[in-house]
Design a protein around this ligand. Structure first.
Ligand code: SF4
Ligand code: SF4
Length: 138
């Protein structure tokens, strides 16, 4: 989901993709590097790093020099350690419009998610895809 609608960006900011897939997003090491460098503990607190030769580490405790040992990142609730059901960064700004609260530093997988480009990312419930590909079937 993009933050602003532009002519060449048909996303309608309905938030559906974020509501469905948001809890499963994961950053790249480069994303986490930027968050650490910028002191974005508000973002880091929602992720856990699974390491090559040690137990999982909360991303707020991660050092940039340890990023090379990370096998994967997963989103977890900072208080309970449980899986989350809603992306914590999704902001509802009107009845039908949602924005990303960390748009400028959101994970790469959110930046490159373009379901309106047929074959790019398969999500046939995307309103922008339906608009650009009216023959799309549910
Ligand atoms: S489902 Fe499609 S139109 Fe809705 S926010 Fe996601 S990309 Fe945009
Ligand atoms: S980080 Fe932003 S773009 Fe990515 S799923 Fe959450 S609200 Fe959507």
């Amino acid at each position: 989901m993009d933050e602003l609608i532009t002519e060449d960006e048909p996303c309608e900011q309905c938030g559906l993709c974020c509501r469905i897939f948001g809890p499963g997003i994961a950053p790249t090491p480069a994303n986490v590097y930027v968050w650490i460098e910028q002191g974005r503990t508000d973002i880091l607190r929602w992720f856990v790093a699974f390491m090559e030769k040690s137990t999982p580490v909360k991303c707020t405790d991660l050092l940039t020099e340890n990023l090379g040992n990370v096998v994967s990142f997963e989103m977890r609730h900072p208080d309970t350690g449980e899986y989350v059901t809603v992306c914590p960064f999704l902001r509802r700004v009107s009845k039908t419009r949602y924005l990303c609260g960390i748009h400028l530093v959101k994970p790469d997988m959110c930046c490159t998610y373009q379901p309106w480009i047929w074959g790019e990312t398969y999500f046939n419930r995307c309103n922008a895809l339906k608009k650009t590909n009216p023959n799309t079937r549910e």
